[in-house]
Design a protein around this ligand. Structure first.
Ligand SMILES: [Fe+2]
Length: 207
């Protein structure tokens, strides 16, 4: 559970209520980014087939960068006078999305699914940046800084899904499983069987 109590103190020039509001926004971002770096590591471990090593090695720097983002977000929450919540049970209880839907699967399927994951994380991060803009410039700047990297990583994923004409194979998809299927179909790869994918999820949109 997020700490919703009003802090006893916060950063100069914000009221404690404003500090609490910004910290609550950041707690959601902490949950999302923690989920993201764990998911990226899960893909690093479960990607198979052609392009294995390219995707396997592409993901570790993303894991490290996103982990660093979680640290900065958690420490900003503490700086604002509130307790950051970083335990796995609290994350699962608070999150509004399902677990990542693929297990062992091809590189192109994971990349299709990760396109949806990044779409959801970035959309929510941009909203958080907008929501903090009138309250706290420092938090807004922190989130904008993350977006520089997150949107770059999203492009790294999407570049694998893009045709020479600039079209994304996952265009119009809103689920990880659907995006994985379309990405695989575009390359002529066989989509993974039902044993490899789990329930369709709209989780990415909510992260
Ligand atoms: Fe590794």
């Amino acid at each position: 559970m997020a700490d919703r109590s009003t802090p006893r103190y916060t950063v100069p020039s914000l009221t404690t209520q404003q500090g609490a509001t910004v910290a609550a926004i950041l707690q959601e971002r902490l949950n999302s980014l923690t989920d993201l770096h764990l998911t990226l590591k899960h893909v690093h471990w479960n990607v198979v087939g052609p392009h294995f090593i390219a995707v396997h090695e592409m993901l570790d720097p993303q894991v490290d960068a996103v982990r660093a983002m979680t640290d900065a977000v958690a420490e900003r929450i503490a700086t604002l006078g509130t307790s950051p919540v970083g335990t796995p049970g609290a994350l699962v209880a608070a999150r509004t999305w399902d677990d990542y839907g693929l297990r062992r699967a091809s590189a192109i399927e994971h990349l299709g699914a990760l396109d949806e994951v990044y779409e959801g994380v970035i959309t929510a991060h941009r909203k958080a940046a907008k929501d903090t803009e009138p309250l706290d410039d420092v938090t807004n700047d922190l989130l904008i800084g993350h977006l520089h990297e997150l949107e770059l990583f999203h492009w790294f994923v999407r570049a694998h899904l893009e045709s020479a004409g600039g079209e994304l194979s996952t265009a119009g998809e809103t689920t990880e499983k659907g995006a994985a299927r379309k990405a695989a179909a575009a390359t002529g790869s066989a989509a993974s069987g039902s044993s490899r994918t789990r329930t369709t999820t709209t989780a990415a949109k909510k992260k």
